[in-house]
Design a protein around this ligand. Structure first.
Ligand code: AMP
Ligand code: ZN
Length: 472
């Protein structure tokens, strides 16, 4: 039984899908005008892991993540660089997909682009107007928040602050009936991209995009809607007003929000200028280290970023990687086929590791606890599934190890220019090269290969069973 902390009710709730064994999941996607920073990488990694977990226990997940490819920031960037908006978005969509791949984040089932979804967006705005939930003034369409009685149900606290006049998150204009009203459609300015609509040649507001795309790809009622906690207000609050207003059905049954990645206890953000791109951190520490780092904390806890913490994360991940190579080495070199009684007794402990791993993940995706159980399994493997153990025993430990690490997606071949970025397969190729050189009595070449691997953070050892390697 999976429990999810639901921002809407502010408590953990048992997960019950709309359709049996299926998850309809929408994660707000990036506005594509720059490279993502590592704060942005947090929701990518977290919600990919949530998806992987559901899939690992047999759910079919329809995972939708949009690209916002029309926006003021994109237009500004295009003007600055003397390019078309199309050139800008095409480039950054490609780069964002590369970043996701480097983080072992799976492709969404659908990656809709706003500019390709105008029909659905315009249709939804028209429905809202017809229902008296939106109104047009001089070509701009606003959502009429006072006509939607449940407005504010997701972010109550933020609204109270707003009413006290302490927030600047709502744009003040003369045209609005109520200052909480927000834009659904706005007329173009000179030189801006536009689409025809019954109200003006222009483009949609940010919030309506997600409501329209969620409806098209997932239906009126979805299971999980997710994003960073800064999206609660106004973005997600407004999505609820639009979708529930237009569809007259509950929009999302569970709302999940990740907490911030901070630097010096301040949110990492473009506007504060205290950000590091995922590229620079990934190249310096390895993209898999970034993934491991994000999973080492619960997604609703703030997480601080620093070079030392990344080093520590790298060391932690290395312990898991080394356990894998040790297990693989032991597995392929053990000649004992007959499992011993002692090993049979030890095997009884395996279901316990697995059960506790699931317990952690089912408790609102507690990846921090899940990782600590993987570390216990590493310790177990290092103690018992090594040289001298029997093949069937090693295999059982290995299978569980792979199963659990795969759910978190932490062991993978990642692209990085970092020196120890050699994959297991590449390392094996070098070892084979060295073995051949030794056979041919070319000791100089054999030493060269050993030195090369050492420079890349790989130590090789000659043992009775053959050559094994270790990352240091
Ligand atoms: P943005 O590009 O600001 O729209 O952000 C894209 C996604 O990253 C959204 O889900 C944000 O909530 C999330 N996000 C932005 N900054 C951070 C941060 N410092 N920590 C965690 N998530 C963030
Ligand atoms: Zn959204």
């Amino acid at each position: 039984m999976i429990k999810i902390y639901n921002t809407l009710t502010k408590q953990k709730e048992q997960f019950n899908p709309v359709e049996e064994n299926k998850v309809r999941m929408y994660v707000c996607g990036p506005t594509v005008y720059n490279l993502i920073h590592i704060g942005n990488a947090r929701p990518y990694i977290i919600f990919d892991t949530v998806r992987r977990y559901f899939e690992s226990i047999g759910y079919d997940v329809n995972y939708v993540q949009n690209f916002t490819d029309v926006d003021d920031k994109i237009i500004k960037k295009a003007n600055e660089e003397g390019k078309t908006t199309d050139q800008i978005v095409t480039y950054y969509i490609e780069e964002t997909l590369k970043d996701a791949k480097n983080l072992n984040v799976n492709r969404a089932t659908h990656h809709p682009r706003v500019t390709e979804e105008m029909d659905g967006i315009i249709k939804m705005i028209q429905i809202l107007i017809d229902k008296g939930l939106a109104y047009e003034v001089n070509g701009t369409v606003y959502y009429n928040t006072s006509a939607f009685s449940q407005y504010g149900k997701l972010s109550k606290k933020v609204l109270e602050e707003l009413e006290a006049g302490r927030s600047e998150r709502v744009e003040i204009t003369e045209e609005k009936k109520n200052q909480m009203d927000f834009v659904l459609w706005k007329p173009k300015k000179e030189g801006e991209p536009f689409w025809e609509s019954p109200w003006s040649n222009g483009r949609p507001g940010w919030h309506i995009e997600c409501s329209a795309m969620a409806k098209k790809y997932l239906g009126d009622t979805i299971d999980i809607h997710a994003g960073g906690e800064d999206l609660v207000f106004p973005h997600h609050e407004n999505e609820i007003a639009q979708s529930e207003g237009a569809n007259e059905a509950p929009f999302s049954n569970y709302w999940m929000h990740n907490s911030f990645l901070n630097i010096d206890n301040k949110k990492m953000s473009k506007s504060l200028g205290n950000f590091k791109t995922l590229r620079e951190v990934g190249e310096a520490f390895g993209y898999d280290t970034v993934r491991f780092f994000m999973l080492s904390a619960h997604y609703r806890s703030p997480l601080n970023f620093s070079g030392e913490l990344m080093e520590a994360a790298k060391n932690g991940l290395d312990r898991i990687k080394n356990a894998k190579t040790t297990l693989e080495f032991a597995k392929s070199h053990s000649k004992e086929e007959q499992i011993t009684n002692e090993e049979l007794k030890l095997l009884e402990e395996l279901p316990n590791f697995e059960a506790r791993f699931h317990e952690a993940m089912q408790d609102d995706f507690n990846t921090a606890d899940a990782l600590s159980i993987i570390f216990e399994l590493v310790k177990f493997a290092n103690s018992y599934a090594k040289e001298g153990a029997t093949q069937p025993f090693i295999l059982k430990v290995y299978e569980l190890f792979i199963k659990l690490t795969d759910i978190l997606g932490i062991l993978y071949t990642h692209q990085s220019s970092r020196q120890d970025g050699l994959t297991d397969e590449q390392i094996q190729e070098y070892i084979e090269k060295r073995t051949q050189a030794k056979k041919a009595k070319d000791f100089k070449e054999a030493d060269r290969v050993r030195e090369f691997l050492k420079d890349n953070g790989i130590i090789i050892e000659d043992t009775r069973e053959g050559v094994r390697f270790k990352r240091v």
